[in-house]
Design a protein around this ligand. Structure first.
Ligand code: ADP
Ligand code: ADP
Length: 232
């Protein structure tokens, strides 16, 4: 099946003389259980594409789907439900709540949704990211790599259709980055998680099954089973 899809998507910012097309006729599908990296120069539209796919931003033309859900045209209520139930996010800056413990941060999306965690699944995710003995720690008591692993667990715990990761290793040293990327890849292999990751880093992209290259708002190339050398 297809976990996410963009069909003839345009995104235009501004009006009149100041108009700028950040995305121009983007067509792309993300198969379930696959790990895709989106690469391209700064300003090529990577963040815009991710935001449109995730329902964080609207498209100017075209349609976006997450699973069977047509995101385009959803109202505020539908978008809130989509972000809560169907997508997970991992950010460059971790975005953990400082007053909450690792466990509370991981469970926050479920708490907000009023859903009960599946205990076995929670344990599986926590063990996979190696946080068993850090669950009571607050973010300031954790290294950057550990904080990002908390954020990964938070993104996965609700079993979303797609996890979107925006430069997830941008704030990490290379060793912590490799750990986080290894975990993301394992979650694809072991749990069939679908991941879409924006990155500048060819080494990070080499963890993906596929790399989609954007330039000037359009998809210009695609690479399967990338190696870091091939991405460069
Ligand atoms: P990337 O993530 O590849 O760096 P972005 O998606 O952030 O690219 O931006 C694509 C283009 O759209 C850039 O020219 C950027 O300046 C422009 N852009 C992004 N967001 C906005 C916005 N909210 N308003 C106006 N222009 C924007
Ligand atoms: P990145 O490309 O690394 O995602 P940017 O610095 O391009 O980060 O953009 C950061 C934020 O500013 C994004 O939310 C983007 O939508 C917004 N943005 C980018 N370019 C513009 C712009 N020209 N006008 C208004 N907002 C913009």
């Amino acid at each position: 099946g297809i976990a996410a899809r963009a069909v003839d998507v345009w995104k235009v910012y501004g009006t009149g003389e100041a108009q700028l097309a950040a995305l121009r006729t983007v067509n792309v599908e993300f198969e379930r259980g696959r790990f895709t990296a989106i690469m391209g120069p700064s300003g090529s539209g990577k963040s815009t594409l991710m935001h449109c796919l995730a329902g964080l931003d609207t498209t100017s033309r075209g349609e976006v789907y997450i699973g069977e859900t047509r995101v385009t045209g959803l109202g505020d209520k539908g978008l809130t439900e989509l972000r809560r139930d169907k997508v997970g996010f991992i950010f460059q800056q971790f975005n953990l709540l400082p007053t909450l413990t690792a466990q509370e941060n991981i469970l926050l999306p479920l708490s907000i949704a009023g859903r009960k965690p599946d205990r076995d699944w929670f344990d599986t995710v926590v063990d996979t990211v190696g946080l068993r003995d850090r669950l009571g720690h607050r973010p300031t008591q954790l290294s950057g790599g550990q904080q990002q692993r908390v954020a990964c667990a938070r993104a996965l715990v609700s079993r979303p259709e797609v996890v979107f990761a925006d430069e997830p290793t941008g704030n990490l040293d290379s060793r912590s980055g490799q750990e986080v990327l290894g975990f993301l890849r394992d979650s694809v292999r072991q749990f069939g998680q679908t991941i879409v990751m924006v990155t500048h880093d060819p080494n990070a992209a080499s963890y993906a099954d596929r790399v989609v290259f954007l330039a000037d708002g359009a998809i210009v190339d695609e690479l399967h089973d990338p190696t870091a050398d091939a991405v460069l």
